[in-house]
Ligand binder design. Structure first.
Ligand code: SF4
Length: 477
C-alpha cells in the first residue's frame, strides 16, 4: 500500500514573500535545495557560474511573478521566512550591477541575471508545468544539474524524488486523504475537525508548540493586512495599479489613522455592524493582504500567495464582527481550514498551473468556509458542506493574470473568495447535510477533472482570458 502523504498545518500555511507561492516561494525553496545538494556533494566551493532554466508556466509568467528574483535570493542562501523584504530590490540590483552572486552566502561567482536565467517559454517538462533546472558550472567544463518542480502552494519536489520532506515519513494518528476519511475519524473519536487535526499535529510536536506556531501564522497574516490597509501608492510591475485598501480603509474610518493593529481593530469594531460596512471591511482586509503580496511583502501562503487574502479576511471578519477574538478560536479556525487545504492537495491540486484559479482562490475559499463554519458551532458535516458549496461555485475558474503580474484579477478575486466563503458558511449552518446531493469528495474529484480538461492557456500562462484582452506594454525588467 502506498504510504499516505503527511501534511502539517505548517506545510499549508507558510511564511514567505509575495507575490506567488508556486512562482516565487517554490523556486526560492528549490534554489535552497540545490545549494544544499551542492554542499552535500562537496561541489559548492568549485562552482564558477550558474544557469537557471525556467520551463512552462514559470517561463511564461515568471517575470511578473518574481521567479528570477526568488531564484537569485535562494542561491544567495537567503530564507524566504526571514529575509528582510525591504532589501530585495537593493540586493537584486547589486547582483545585476556587479554581475556577481554570493552563492550560499560564501562563494562569489560570475552571474548575469539577463544571460544566466533562461525563460524557456516554448518548453515544458512533462511532470508539471512549473519545472526549473539549476545548472552549476565548474572549471574544465564540468557541470552538475538538478531539476525541481514547484507544484503549488510553495511545495517543491525534486525530479524522481519526493524532495526529501522528512515530515512525509511520519505516520499520523488519524491518516486522512479525503473528506470521508476525516469524517470517519471525527465520528469514531467524537472530536471536532480542529481536534482531529491537532491530534495529528501532536505526532510532530507538542500541542503548545503547535498553538504558538499557528498564532505566529495569524500574527504574520494580520500584520500583513494592517500594513496593506495602511499603505497607499501604486503596486510595482508597471501596470500602475493603485493600492485600494488604503483609500477604502481611510474612507471607512472617516480619515482617522491608528498607529497600531489593536487600536485599528477597536476603531473598526466601533463602527457597528451594518451589512455594507462589514462587507466593505471584508473586502478591505482581503485587498490589503494581496496588495502587500503583489509588492513582494511578507505574507503567508493560504494555501497559496495569490489567494493569501481570503483566509485572513474571513478570520478577521470572525474576530472583529463575531465572537472569534480568542487564541483558541483562531487556532481552531486555522487548523480546520488547513485540513481542507490538505484534502484538496491530495485529491486535486493547489497549483494554478495545473488547475487554474479554482486551485487557488477556490481552495482558499473552501478552507475559510469550513474553518468559519466549525468555529460558529456548525457540525463537522456542516463544515465540510460549507467547503463543498464554496468549491462548487468556483469550479472552472481560470487563471489569466494580466501581464503575468499577481494583480489583475488576483487581488479583487480574494475579496470574492472571502465573501463566497462567508455565504457558503451561512448556507451550510442553515442546512441539513443529510439533504446535500454533492459531497466534498465529489467536488474535489470534479475540480480535478475540470483541471485536466482546462485549456492550458488558462493555467497561469497569461496566454488567455483577461491577460490577452487587456493590452499592456511593460518595460522588460
Ligand atoms: S488568477 Fe488566481 S490563480 Fe492566477 S495568479 Fe491570480 S490569484 Fe493566482
Amino acid at each position: 500500500m502506498t504510504p499516505r502523504e503527511s501534511i502539517s498545518v505548517f506545510d499549508i500555511f507558510k511564511i514567505g514573500v509575495g507575490p506567488s507561492s508556486s512562482h516565487t516561494l517554490g523556486p526560492w525553496k528549490a534554489a535552497l535545495l540545490f545549494i544544499d545538494w551542492l554542499k552535500q556533494n562537496d561541489y559548492l566551493h568549485r562552482v564558477t557560474r550558474m544557469e537557471i532554466l525556467l520551463y512552462g508556466s514559470l517561463a511564461k509568467t515568471g517575470k511578473g511573478h518574481g521567479t528570477d528574483i526568488a531564484v537569485q535570493l535562494g542561491l544567495c542562501g537567503e530564507y524566504p521566512e526571514t529575509f528582510d523584504v525591504e532589501l530585495i530590490s537593493s540586493r537584486i540590483s547589486d547582483i545585476k550591477t556587479r554581475n556577481k552572486l554570493l552563492l550560499a552566502g560564501i562563494q562569489e561567482i560570475d552571474f548575469s541575471p539577463e544571460k544566466d536565467i533562461l525563460f524557456l517559454k516554448n518548453e515544458s517538462l512533462s511532470f508539471h508545468p512549473n519545472g526549473l533546472t539549476f545548472r552549476a558550472l565548474l572549471p574544465h567544463g564540468e557541470a552538475y544539474e538538478q531539476t525541481y518542480f514547484s507544484v503549488g502552494g510553495g511545495f517543491v519536489v525534486k525530479e524522481n524524488n519526493d524532495g526529501g520532506n522528512p515530515k512525509a515519513a511520519i505516520s499520523l494518528q488519524f491518516p486522512i486523504d479525503s473528506a470521508d476519511d476525516l469524517l470517519h475519524w471525527c465520528r469514531k473519536t467524537g472530536l471536532s475537525i480542529a481536534e482531529v487535526v491537532m491530534e495529528n499535529e501532536n505526532c510532530w510536536r507538542d500541542e503548545e508548540e503547535t498553538g504558538k506556531g499557528v498564532m505566529r501564522i495569524w500574527q504574520t497574516m494580520r500584520d500583513c493586512m494592517y500594513r496593506g490597509c495602511n499603505k497607499g501608492g501604486e503596486l510595482p510591475g508597471g501596470l500602475h495599479v493603485a493600492r485600494r485598501a488604503f483609500a477604502l480603509n481611510k474612507k471607512l474610518l472617516k480619515g482617522r489613522t491608528y498607529a497600531d493593529y489593536n487600536s485599528w481593530i477597536a476603531a473598526i469594531r466601533d463602527g457597528g455592524k451594518d451589512f455594507a460596512y462589514i462587507l466593505d471591511w471584508v473586502s478591505c482586509f482581503a485587498l490589503g493582504v494581496n496588495e502587500e503580496n503583489a509588492s513582494f511583502g511578507r505574507v503567508v501562503t493560504a494555501p497559496t500567495n495569490g489567494a493569501a487574502g481570503v483566509i485572513p479576511a474571513v478570520l478577521q471578519y470572525y474576530i472583529v464582527f463575531l465572537d472569534g477574538n480568542t487564541e483558541e478560536k483562531i487556532i481552531n479556525f486555522l487548523l480546520t481550514a488547513s485540513e481542507i487545504g490538505c484534502i484538496f492537495k491530495k485529491g486535486a491540486t493547489l497549483s494554478a498551473a495545473m488547475g487554474g484559479c479554482q486551485a487557488e482562490i477556490g481552495v482558499s475559499s473552501a478552507m475559510a468556509a469550513a474553518g468559519l463554519t466549525e468555529c460558529l458551532g456548525g457540525t463537522q458535516r456542516q463544515a465540510l458542506m460549507a467547503a463543498e458549496i464554496t468549491m462548487e461555485h468556483h469550479l472552472g475558474l481560470t487563471c489569466d493574470p494580466v501581464a503575468g503580474l499577481v494583480q489583475i484579477p488576483c487581488i479583487e478575486r480574494n475579496t470574492m473568495g472571502a465573501v463566497k466563503a462567508i455565504t457558503a458558511s451561512q448556507l451550510a449552518l442553515q442546512s441539513n447535510p443529510d439533504l446535500a446531493k454533492v459531497s466534498l469528495d465529489t467536488v474535489v474529484k470534479t475540480m480535478w477533472d475540470t483541471a485536466l480538461d482546462m485549456n492550458t492557456k488558462y493555467k497561469e500562462t497569461a496566454d488567455g482570458g483577461l491577460a490577452v484582452h487587456i493590452p499592456v506594454n511593460l518595460p522588460e525588467c
